[in-house]
Design a protein around this ligand. Structure first.
Ligand code: ATP
Ligand code: LTN
Length: 331
């Protein structure tokens, strides 16, 4: 049987899964399931880099896992699991730490941003975050990593670490490529359309969850910040309207050109209403399936257990190879 190339990706269980995460990452994960061998993790160890309330954190991680399934990630096709259930991630991460320079980590833009936002808790995990991400990816001999544009730098450092290790010890890791969508790689905040829509934005009007109720979705789109013109055009100096057009296009599968042609002179109120309706329609099945799955935690945990079992078996092959190559005594 021909071996399919491996896809790996993950989302950390912080805040809410937004339509930005859906458009930039999850919707691609879904499309890749049939043609690749896909491994998708809940990056719970990554989420520990910012303070979590234990009981809420645990519930959120389970809720995110249910949202993966509700979106259509299928445990019959893909490996779905919690990162913390596979100890190889932490182990490889330690070894890779010894092949990564502090200066490289200090230059990461996400580290700089998050250090500013969490000035009272600039912990080692925050600095080391990209090395754990590299371990996630390299453990599975991943060829492609579907992520939004903000993760590009982390993919570059993952490649650098893999190449560096391969140069010293011979071919050990597949060097992964990022898979970043041409359209929708960066969805912007509904309240500040020059800033990324973020999972953990404290302003509830800035982002929309993939399991949000329809009234709330409509309200947020009606309040979306645009500009003082009236024409619907996709232009750099109209970030709010352009963002709405991108979301509309992603939800309906229609091109931005055809949407502009139809909505050009219909006014912003009509545009906002119809974008909101397209989001509600697209997410309706996700919301229903999510509610059903959350009523069956036993099933969710069974899927997670089987996912961790399969992931561990794959991960341990790479980890053992790495341990041998660096000269650790075999157990
Ligand atoms: P946080 O704000 O808590 O740091 P986040 O919104 O950046 O989180 P992540 O968990 O870092 O979310 O990202 C999960 C995935 O979603 C990544 O592949 C990321 O590139 C993608 N993504 C995040 N935000 C957006 C966005 N606004 N547009 C497109 N893709 C996004
Ligand atoms: N850092 C990523 C989440 C993540 C990830 C990964 C993405 C953790 N491990 C491995 C791709 C591959 C983020 O989106 N913030």
């Amino acid at each position: 049987m021909e071996k399919k190339p491996v896809i790996y990706s993950g989302i950390q269980p912080t805040g809410i899964i937004t339509i930005g995460n859906y458009i930039g990452a999850l919707s691609n994960w879904l499309k890749l399931q049939d043609d690749y061998f896909c491994v998708y993790g809940i990056a719970d160890l990554h989420a520990l880099t910012v303070r979590q309330v234990p009981a809420e954190f645990r519930q959120r991680a389970i809720s995110f896992f249910a949202q993966y399934l509700a979106c259509g990630l299928d445990p019959q096709k893909s490996i779905l699991y919690f990162q913390s259930h596979v100890p190889a991630h932490s182990e490889l991460s330690w070894i890779l730490n010894c092949y990564t320079y502090v200066g490289e980590m200090q230059r990461m833009t996400q580290f700089k941003d998050k250090s500013e936002k969490n000035a009272d808790n600039v912990n080692m995990g925050l600095l080391d975050y990209p090395v754990l991400m590299a371990a996630d990816i390299l453990l599975y001999q991943t060829a492609l990593v579907p992520v939004g544009a903000d993760q590009k730098q982390h993919l570059e450092i993952t490649r650098d670490i893999a190449i560096r290790f391969n140069n010293v010890y011979g071919e050990t890791f597949v060097v992964p490529e990022p898979y970043i969508p041409k359209q929708g790689a960066k969805i912007f905040s509904l309240q500040n359309p020059t800033a990324k829509m973020s999972k953990s934005d404290p302003d509830p009007n800035a982002s929309v969850s993939i399991i949000e109720d329809p009234d709330s979705i409509m309200r947020k789109f009606k309040r979306a910040v645009t500009d003082s013109e009236t024409v619907v055009e996709y232009r750099e100096d109209k970030p709010g309207v352009s963002n709405l057009l991108t979301i509309f296009s992603e939800m309906t599968g229609r091109s931005i050109e055809s949407l502009v042609a139809e909505y050009h002179d219909l006014g912003y109120a009509k545009l906002k209403n119809d974008v909101g309706e397209s989001v509600v329609a697209k997410l309706e099945p996700v919301r229903k399936e999510y509610a059903r799955l959350m009523g069956d935690k036993g099933y969710l945990m069974e899927v997670a257990k089987e996912g961790a079992r399969r992931a561990s078996s794959l991960a341990s092959r790479t980890l053992n190879k790495v341990k041998r190559k660096v000269g650790l005594v075999e157990a």
